[in-house]
Design a protein around this ligand. Structure first.
Ligand code: AMP
Length: 195
């Protein structure tokens, strides 16, 4: 298996780049944000609980997200690899992911982090909010809350993977294609190391 994490703050382009990367590398896309939004749409108990956190710009509790990832693995037993998008978002989630993959005698090949300045991120999110129908993208106060949660709870995940020598920063500003090329060459380097 070849597993990748696409890391970066809200609005850094993880969703856009993930769609292209899963196509190119034949990976299964695992976006916890998308899975949570599906639960909300279907009005499941998990979705109704998660919505309270998402609407405030807070993280959904670790055990809920980890349980969801675990059952997604069960549904994709034949995957040749996963592209994790928006997960892990806390060190506890990263540790749980390492353990779940270890059970499959597997691990993370690389973490690719998209680097984008904060003012550009806010402009992108407010713009996305006009069309995405995402309530957490329309209110600037909620957006700012998501950034503060990112710097307090999610940034330490970078250190978790730096210690494992798996962390790579990629410039996330510029054209979608140029960013995709930079991501692809970082992945190809890693594939060569692994093969
Ligand atoms: P995203 O689509 O990745 O930006 O996620 C939207 C929202 O869903 C986040 O602001 C969180 O409230 C929630 N969420 C998504 N992924 C996670 C995660 N791994 N851990 C906790 N909350 C999450």
């Amino acid at each position: 298996m070849f597993n990748l994490i696409l890391f970066g703050p809200p609005g850094s382009g993880k969703g856009t780049q993930s769609e292209k990367l899963v196509d190119k590398y034949g990976l299964v896309h695992l976006s916890t944000g998308n899975l949570l939004r599906e639960e909300i749409k279907s009005e499941t108990p998990l979705g109704l609980e998660a919505k309270k956190f998402i609407d405030k710009g807070q993280l959904v509790p670790d055990e809920v997200v980890i349980g969801m990832v675990d059952s997604y693995f069960d549904k994709h037993k034949d995957a040749r690899g996963f592209l994790f998008d928006g997960f892990p978002r806390t060190v506890a989630q990263a540790e749980a992911l390492d353990k779940l993959l270890e059970l499959k005698k597997n691990g993370i090949a690389a973490v690719l982090a998209l680097e984008v300045g904060e003012e550009e991120l806010i402009a992108r999110l407010l713009n996305r909010g006009k069309t995405s129908g995402r309530s957490d993208d329309t209110d600037e106060a909620v957006i700012r809350k998501r950034f503060s949660v990112y710097s307090q709870e999610t940034s330490p995940v970078a250190e978790h993977y730096r210690k494992q020598d798996k962390f790579h920063s990629i410039k996330g500003e510029g054209s979608v294609d140029a960013i995709f090329d930079a991501l692809s060459s970082a992945i190809d380097d890693r594939l060569n190391v692994n093969s």
